[in-house]
Structure formats: structure tokens, C-alpha cells
Design a protein around this ligand. Sequence first.
Ligand SMILES: *[C@@H]1O[C@H](CO)[C@@H](O)[C@H](O)[C@H]1NC(C)=O
Ligand SMILES: *[C@@H]1O[C@H](CO)[C@@H](O)[C@H](O)[C@H]1NC(C)=O
Length: 924
Amino acid sequence: MEARPFLLLSLSVLFFMYPTNAQMPGFVSIDCGGKENFTDDIGIEWIPDDQFNYGETANIVVANETQKQYMTLRHFPADNRKYCYTLNVLTRTRYLVRTTFLYGNFDNNNVYPKFDLSLGATHWSTIVISDVNTIEVRELIFLTSFPTISVCLSNATTGKPFVSTLELRPFNGSIYYTDYENQFFLSTSARINFGADSDAPVRYPDDPFDRIWESDSLKKANYLVDVAAGTKKISTIMPIDVNRNERPPQKVMQTAVVGTSGVLTYRLNLDGFPGFGWACTYFAEIEDLSPSETRKFRLVLPGAPDITKAAVNIQENAQGKDRLYEPGMPNISLPFILSFQFQKTSDSSRGPLLSAMEINKYLRINDGSLDGTVISNLVSHYSAADWAQEGGDPCLPVPWSWVQCNSDPRPRIVSIFLSRKNLTGNVPLELTKLTGLVELLLDGNSLTGPIPDFAGCGNLKIIHLEDNQLSGELPSSLADLHDLKELYLQNNSLSGTVPISLLKKNLILNYSGNINLHKGGNPRSHMKLIIGSSVGAAMLLIAIIASYLFMHKGAEKNYKEEKLPPPLPVHGLVSSLGDVATEASHFFAFSEIEDATKNFERKIGSGGFGVVYYGKMKDGKEIAVKVLTSNSYQGKREFSNEVTLLSRIHHRNLVQFLGCCQEEGKNILVYEYMHNGTLKEHLYGPLTRERSISWLKRLEIAEDAAKGIEYLHTGCVPTIIHRDLKSSNILLDKHMRAKVSDFGLSKLAVDGAAHVSSVVRGTVGYLDPEYYASQQLTDKSDVYSFGVILLELISGQEAISNESFGVNCRNIVQWAKTHIESGDIQGIIDPLLRNEFEIQSVWKIAEKAMMCVQSHGNMRPSMVEVLKEVQDAILIERGAEVRREDNSGDMSRGSIHTSINIGSTDPGVAEPLVSLDESIVHPR
Ligand SMILES: *[C@@H]1O[C@H](CO)[C@@H](O)[C@H](O)[C@H]1NC(C)=O
Ligand SMILES: *[C@@H]1O[C@H](CO)[C@@H](O)[C@H](O)[C@H]1NC(C)=O
């Protein structure tokens, strides 16, 4: 095979940069899905990713698109993996990396793709396709610290992830140096060439670094609008002295706009903002001013009065005509919607001039897994193996297929699944440096040599080394692993004796099939199963062995997805064989519960499932104790099933399940205690009179709840459908962060498919009418209920009311729909919100809520889409809050404040809570 300029590996591809004559050295331009090398019209040399053997390629035809690199793309399955391109780079070098996406309807799907893009472990952007023919472009400027970078696609929420091009452009010195570049990437939000003579961008070869300088005449929604009257384009053919080559190219500086009436104004949406950013404006005097004329102006930026103080005099600042002056702000706080103005000073004879502008957002670098270096050393020994090619960070944004990580901000690897991967040689020593390791599966390989010392992995619970060719003695340090519960060593060539200390431990140990390995004094007994002395019944042994055999039959990669064994209703042992990554469920003694609740003294709620009591443990931990009504469960089996499931669900936005108790004929569930009660009380309980929650807070609550629900829908296998979402099931903690409660007691959804259930469960007002009619349960039923909750957040009205919605209407959905469809949003906004909200963000939520309550489930958005909308609304609201603070001296605001009391006399809001159907509420 002819020598290729790059080395292809199976899943990620390493592209080496190579100098050529035709283009700038170091350019890498990958035509994803392409078949051949080619040089385009502007002299960029493209290479195909044709040996990347993951994903599929597609050809697309888009009207008026003639660039060859946009006639192909590569797409990937919509699964829970990430797909990474790995590129070689020079370390400690600044680069521009650009990815582009032209959808072109390649999959003929009626939902547009939406997925995440990341650079290494750092989330770069969410790509949301909203138009078949529009190229989405993402650019980052960054300083490399390693010899490779990985650009990864993952987390498809709709459609399939795909990519059209991937480009890498090295800089020289550069103007993009910042004090923060070891912690932040710069993500390009705007790079504008003002006064451009066409819609076409200026790029290579005019710009030797192939940055894309967008034309200001290219009109886009909310981009470069509100242009002041009297704005005129000017241009010159004179050379411009841009003094250093990373300044904007001459072609960009040869055009400009001037404000002939004394001002230049623009408004544009800045993707990724509000936040801190790097901003630079570029000026060159290209008009001939007579000696008596001057051009002096100031930048007026809302919220940044300091900037306005300095006046620009281009000729003076640049020391001459046709020379560049580039005042910049290395760290400035900018809103999502940026309005700015250049205003001539009173002593200036000419209006302001603007040639170009660049705005980049600081994007905090995610340092990735703490095990990144160790695991990449490990992987480097197996460079030919498929599993070693996944690229990027082992844990983020999603873990490699054979790895599991914990959820720390800098995650650690907790599980390694390398069963039957044809591993040879010694057990890689890197594994002993994974200090967070809980579970290690290396069975069924051809590993040789001794078992290394795992003393550094103090959390190890499960080790599978069976069916290898390991030799030597068992290291005595195995017995020091405090949490070790399962150790499988059978069918190796181990020798010596099994350390007594290991035999004494409470663990499942199997060392059969090692001819030379003996238990001191009794060489026959090869399989030993030792259970804690407190529970030693023979029945239990049999049950555990049976479930162990059941579980491990054919277990390989899908180890985690194996069915759980039937739960064993035995103190302390439930699910300890099932889910090792999470805690086994805790069993409380009834006496403990009695003590904590002071004999069920304080009732804090009741509902369909039972009564909830407040409790405080000996260690001070506050708990909510739910005593299920006796007929809730058919028997112990069903209760144990639920409990096993509950103990596997962990999410910041789900009320934490602490354990259970099944004694004295009672089924009891114990949860963390939520200090601030239910959302319902805060919206229209008696509490609202004193302190109603602001719109921003409501949005944050919606965001939290949406994340919790989204996790039930997409993070749990199998999917969990809540079935009873309502404002009384959204609880608020000390810090007013929201968590969803009462989940998991519902039946599991079957593999995402519709589920037929005999009894429709749910609460009137929140119940999906489609589910009610068809009894077909899907995750979209939860979306319906969440839509109702969004309407409650906007309006402060209950889901069902006999009075609030006028005659012939009892239902919030119908009522809100009538108002929203006639454009009357004000008519449904909670008066308690006063006027302290951005109408734009309320509209966003109202429109999404309307989508959620569509009558057909398939027309409703997914929770992820709803979450995105809520987050967008939060950005708008936060930006506005900053502006409101800046303007707090305004007269207008004072007058808004005086009208607030009207709201609290509204009959719709004052109703005190009578029916307490929430599960866990705060004590009164
Ligand atoms: C920018 O300035 C803010 C406020 O002074 C500071 O918190 C932040 O760390 C700075 N840098 C970046 C990259 O945001
Ligand atoms: C292991 O090697 C065998 C034989 O070479 C091959 O058929 C099999 O696919 C390999 N398995 C893996 C997981 O690489």
C-alpha cells in the first residue's frame, strides 16, 4: 500500500500534518465521508476520512452548494457512545479548530439531528440542526497541551450525529494569547467584516490563517440588526498596514462602515453568552480627511460605562492613515443579546467608523478524568485493538464502552470491562493505579504472569481474573482490600496456598481449576463461599449461588444490563450481587425508624402511597419516612423489587432514596428530607403571600425537575416513566434546588416501547389524555404532565380549578391555550411575578408548554428538548437580570414596584392547601 500521509486506526483516526507548497503548513482539512484527496477553489487541500471504519458515509445534494466537501458527510449511530477524530498537533501551539455540519436531509428523517460536540473532555457545543441547507460552523481557538486532540460527537438526542468537515489551522504567535488560556478555550461567537462588498466571507488565501470573516451584509435573524440610519459602506484599494500577520487580513481592513449621522448601532445574538469573553474591534482610517477634519468616537456598551470613557481617534491611535488600530478587551462580561453603539464625540467632524470585530467566549476547559493519563498509557499497549481506539477522555462527555466512571467533577474510573478481549502478556500494571476502581473484569483472556498488587485500589469490590493463564502466588495484599466481595480466580495456573486472611474474609472466592493452588491443609476444597457469620443459613447459600450462576451465565460486555437476580429479602444482602457500582439498598431496623420519628410523631404528608413522617437519625441526618399503605404491595417480592430498583437510581435532581424497612408488617421507604416542601405550596399555597418565587427561580426549578425526569427517561435502563408528575411531586431542598419525588414506584417501562398497563395511574389535571384513552404508556406521558407544570409556573394557577378559568373551563391547559393562541400571554402570567421577567423568556416557556400538551405523544418534544428551552430562557432571564441591576436607578422600575399588591388579592392564588397528596413535605 502506498504511504499515506496519515495513519488510520479503526475507530479514531490520527491525522498527521505535513507541509506542502500549495497551502499554509500545518493546515489539516478533513472531508468527512469523502472518497479522495482534492484541492478546492481557494487552494485548501482536503483529505478524506475514508479509512475511518466507524459510522457511515452519505452523499447529499443541497441547492446552490457546489463545494465538494459539502457533498458528503459521515454519520454515526444514535447510541450512548462517543465518536472521536483524533488529530496530531504540536504541543504548546495555538490552533483554530473548526467543525462544520451541513445536514442536507441525509437520513430522510423528519426530525433534525441534535447532538453534542466536544473537544477532549470539554463540552464544546450542542449542534442543533434547524435547517436542511444551512451550514452550522463551530470554531475554537486554543493552546494545545498534548500531542493529540480529539474532536468527539456524542449524546444524540434526536436524529443521528454527523459531521461534514473538520479543519485545523495553526497560528503563529498570536493575538489570541490570553492570561486564561490554560483554563479556557476561546469559542468564536462573532467575527465580522464590516462594509463587506458581498455576502461572501473573507477567508484563505486572503486570511493566511483561514479564519472566516463574515460579511456584514449577510442578513440573519437577530444578527446585525437595528442598524442606525445614515450607516454607509466605504472601501479603499490602498494597501493597509496591518503590521502583524495575525491581525485581520488587508481585505477585511479595506472595507468599513461609517455612521454619517454620528452613530453606528448594531444588535446581535451572541451564541454561548451571557458570560465572559474576549472582544476586539479593528479600525483603519481609509477615508481622506482634510487637516481640519477629525474622526473621534466612543463605544457605548450597556453595562460597561468604563469603556465609554475612552475616545477613539483612529489616525492618532494608529499613527497614520491606512494603518490598523485594534483596541480589545481581554475579559469582558457580555450578554446574549448584545447591543452596542459607536457615538461621535462633540468635537469630531466625522461620524464613527468600524472595520471589523471579533468576539470569543471563554469556555472553561474540563480537565477530564483524573485517570486520563494512566488509562491512555494502558491503551497504548494495545494500539491494534478496537476497544483501545475510542479516543478522547475515558469518562467524558460519555465513557468509553468498556469503562464506567463515577460522577465526580473530575471523574474516576470505577469499572473496567475487558472480559474476552484477547489480552495477552501480564496484567497491565496501569490497572493498579486506578485508585477509584471498584470492579475489574479481565476474565477470559490469555493473560500470563503474576497477579499484581492491587493495594492502591482500596475500593475494589469485584475482581474477575478467571479463565486466563496467570501464574505465581496470590498476593496477600488481596486480603487487605477492605471492600472486596467477589474474587474469581478459577482456571488459571496459580500456585501456592490461599492466604488464611483471604479465606477469613466475608467474600465469594473461587479458585478452582488452579492445580497447584491449595488451601492450607485441605487441597480438595476449591470453591469457597463465605458469608458473614450473622447470616449463615444453608438456604441463603443456595439462593446466592443460584443467583450468582444465573447472573454470570454468558455475562460479558453487557454485564451491567443483565437482569438482576430475584432480590433476596435478607437483611443487608438485597441487591448486593446486582448493582455493584451503586450502593446496595440499606435496610433500617424498625426500632431505628421508631427512634428517628419519635414513634411516628410528626406527619408531614400523605398521599396515594401512604403517610410520610419526619425523622431525625442519631447522627443528625433528617429523613422523610414513608409508610406505605398495607395494600400497596402484593407481597414481599414486589416490595423488594421496587426497593432494588430505587436503590439503583441516583441523580442530583431526584429525591434520594436512603433505604427501607420491612418489619412489623409494614413496608417503609426512607428518603432524604426536603426542607422547603413542594413546588405546589410555593406556587399557590399560603406561603406565596409572603414570598413568591421569582420567574428566574421558577425557571431554575423547571430546569432541575426536567433534568431529573430526563434522567429517568434516558439515564436508566430500562427507562423509567414517572407516571405521576405534578407540582406536589417536585420538592425543594434547603437551597431551593428542585428534586423529583415519587418515582420508581411506578412499573418499569419496557425497553422504551409503549407499555400496556391495566390501571391508568396519575392525577387529574396532569394526566396525558392519550395515555388515558389508549392506556399506552410512553415517556411522552410525563412530557404532558411536565407541560402542565410549566403552565403552573407561568400562571401560578392550579392544574384544575372550578373558579379560576372562567365558565366552562376547569383545566389549565385549555385556559392557557386560548390565551396563548390569541397572543395574550399577559393574560396568564402570575400577577405575583410583578413585571420582573423578560416577556421573551415567558413566551419561550409558554410555547414549549403548548408543545408538551399536544394531544398526540409523538408531537410532543422529548424532555431533553424541553430542558434546552428552559435553559435558553434562563440565559435570557439572567442577561436581563444583569441589565435590570445596571438600570436600577430607572424611574420606570419604581413605578412598576408600586403596582404589585394587586396580585395578592387575586382569588386564584389565595386558596390554602387542603389536600396534602404530596409524599414528602416539610413540617408545619
Ligand atoms: C474575567 O473576569 C471575571 C470577573 O472579574 C473573573 O471572574 C473571570 O475569572 C475572568 N476570566 C474569565 C476567563 O472568565
Ligand atoms: C480474538 O481473537 C479471535 C481469533 O483471532 C478473533 O476471532 C476474535 O474476534 C478476537 N476477539 C476480540 C474481542 O478481539
